[in-house]
Design a protein around this ligand. Structure first.
Ligand SMILES: [Zn+2]
Length: 219
């Protein structure tokens, strides 16, 4: 996501962007942003804050460059992209950050969001785009990305369900060897399936410790 500030009189100084980045990280928690200390990453020897002034915006398509009176300010979020047909990232957080930016940037600034590596191009976050994304998120959340709407779970046979959550199928969370890990989206309950059956994990148990224990006791 990046902002376009139009009109040279509205452009922010490096220091103003730095202060804004600190405020942004304070509001949402610095963990929400891809921040690097100086020297932490080889390609960013001066480090990076939650916001930075950029001279171009690269995406899977033509690079977007500012007009002479435009300033681009990129927002470096940790969450993955969320879009219709790629329902992965935390859209609630993305749109909240966008809203925060609109309130803190000079009036008339625009926000662009995306794209993604599969060719999805950046779009301007106007009222219509925000409403469309938000509407989609509220209706389907992350289910299309995780396959819950495509029947993947319905055919998998050994997908455990959560009795606390209306017997909803649990979501696949990976696995090792002949074991598969599952998590309930409704309450966070976790289970491991293996040829020996389904085992629910206790609170505080992690998948890999439980996996090793199951392998030892069943052999
Ligand atoms: Zn549950």
């Amino acid at each position: 996501m990046f902002a376009i500030v139009t009109g040279k009189q509205n452009h922010l100084t490096e220091r103003a962007v730095r202060l804004l980045a600190v405020d942004l990280a304070e509001a949402f928690g610095h963990q929400a942003f891809s921040i690097a200390k100086p020297g932490e990453w080889d390609h960013l020897k001066d480090g990076r804050h939650a916001l930075s002034i950029i001279t171009e915006y690269q995406e899977d398509g033509p690079t977007i460059t500012p007009e002479p009176d435009e300033q681009f300010i990129q927002v470096h979020m940790m969450t993955r992209y969320y879009g219709i047909d790629y329902e992965r990232g935390n859209l609630a957080q993305i749109l909240s950050v966008a809203d925060w930016m609109f309130r803190r940037l000079p009036i008339g600034s625009k926000l662009w969001y995306g794209g993604d590596s599969d060719g999805a191009r950046a779009i301007m976050l106007d009222r219509v785009a925000i409403a469309e994304l938000w509407d989609h998120y509220c209706k389907v959340g992350h289910k299309p990305y995780h396959g819950a709407l495509s029947g993947v779970f319905a055919h998998s046979g050994d997908t455990p369900t959560c009795s606390f959550c209306a017997d909803t199928p649990m979501r696949s969370s990976g696995g090792v060897r002949n074991q598969r890990f599952f998590t309930c989206c409704g309450c966070g309950a976790r289970a491991i399936t293996s040829p020996a059956g389904v085992e629910m994990l206790a609170d505080g148990d992690d998948f890999f410790t439980a996996s090793a224990r199951i392998r030892q006791t069943k052999n």
